[in-house]
Design a protein around this ligand. Sequence first.
Ligand SMILES: NC(=O)c1ccc[n+]([C@@H]2O[C@H](COP(=O)([O-])OP(=O)(O)OC[C@H]3O[C@@H](n4cnc5c(N)ncnc54)[C@H](OP(=O)(O)O)[C@@H]3O)[C@@H](O)[C@H]2O)c1
Length: 263
Amino acid sequence: MKRIFLTGASAGIGRAIAQALSERGYEVWGTSRDIQRIPVLPRVHPVQLDLTNNTSIDTAFRNALSEAGHFDVVINNAGSGHFGPAASLPAEILTEQFQVLVFGQIRLLQLAFESMRTRDHGLIVNVTSLASRLPVPYMSAYNAAKSALAMFTMTMQLELGDSRVRIVDLQPADISTDFNDRVARSGSDDARVAKTWTAVEKNMKNAPPPALVARRVCALIDNDNPPRRVTVGDAFQAGIAPFIFRFLPQRLRLWGLRKYYGI
Ligand SMILES: NC(=O)c1ccc[n+]([C@@H]2O[C@H](COP(=O)([O-])OP(=O)(O)OC[C@H]3O[C@@H](n4cnc5c(N)ncnc54)[C@H](OP(=O)(O)O)[C@@H]3O)[C@@H](O)[C@H]2O)c1
């Protein structure tokens, strides 16, 4: 039976993934900063993990690994966001976003890879974002951090050679979770910032449910040779927009994104 380590199992996408994996009979070590928030589900083992603290990351993974024996799959899903103008972005917000979305994730990715390399088998899924390619206005730290993790993932894929450890970059478009309720915000008295937030909130409300991402994760687990980058979301955001975006000059990309967010 598969053994899976999943970060951010307490809410949104991670919670939906935990539920789907539990229903499949897998053993899941699911994390939260507060284990009380992890849903009580068959075969889901709560693990305390805080991505802002490297010791917490090491301890959480190593303890779970010694309980599990090995992991077949590690899913780096946990994350948070900040919303506010790039020009006045406080340095501590930038540092925090990169710790949570890049440095902490890379630490876990390296621990996961090291544990899988000896068995020459395993799947690591890094949940980045479509925002790594199509940035959301006023989410500069988040967009930049997701791009950094996507590029780190691609570089590691390049270096894997004939290893049978697979690493996948999973890029959700808007998925309807409570993510925005937890987004720290600054500069909302600016009309353009406020207008963008209204559009971001509307997109999130109309987005597909997190079960869609959970189904895609299950399909990746079932696939011995999974696609290396997967986009999940509604047809426009996850399919049409990124396809068109590829061929546009930067000026037109910026125009299109401004139109999309109404600014
Ligand atoms: N929803 C979307 O539209 C969307 C789109 C693209 C990408 N994503 C990405 O998908 C992932 C999940 O997002 P979501 O929408 O499910 O968000 P969510 O509902 O806010 O859940 C976030 C999860 O991350 C955990 N988390 C947050 N900060 C953490 C930290 N410092 N250390 C450890 N765990 C932390 C939370 O756990 P606790 O608070 O219990 O610790 C929670 O389980 C994120 O990486 C996000 O960037 C989401």
